[in-house]
Design a protein around this ligand. Structure first.
Ligand SMILES: [Zn+2]
Length: 103
């Protein structure tokens, strides 16, 4: 996926449009991400020995990767992601707005 853990993203679609957050988790198999503070849902947790917090808790539900855009750490603009192959053949992500390497 073109977005990775700890990237900052902005939501461009759905109820949370315009919200920004940091990617906490990637689920490449489903093309989904868990973004901090985005797509909150309520869960009813029953008290069990291994669960510290019972009752109704709020947590982030995974959001589809197509609903977010990466925010470039250099120009701080939402951007599409390009790729560049370096001299040592490693592939890095680049910002299409300012051309800076993101990784
Ligand atoms: Zn940029």
């Amino acid at each position: 996926m073109h977005i990775r853990k700890n990237d900052e993203v902005i939501v461009i679609n759905g109820d949370d449009r315009g919200k920004k957050g940091k990617v906490n988790r990637c689920i490449p198999r489903e093309n989904r991400l868990v973004v901090g503070g985005v797509n909150m849902c309520k869960r009813h947790m029953k008290p069990r020995a291994n669960i510290k917090q019972a009752g109704i808790i709020e947590m982030e539900a995974p959001i589809h990767v197509s609903k977010v855009m990466l925010i470039c750490g250099k120009c701080h603009e939402p951007t599409r992601v390009g790729y560049r192959i370096l001299d040592d053949r490693s592939k890095v992500r680049v910002c299409r707005e300012c051309g800076e390497v993101i990784d």
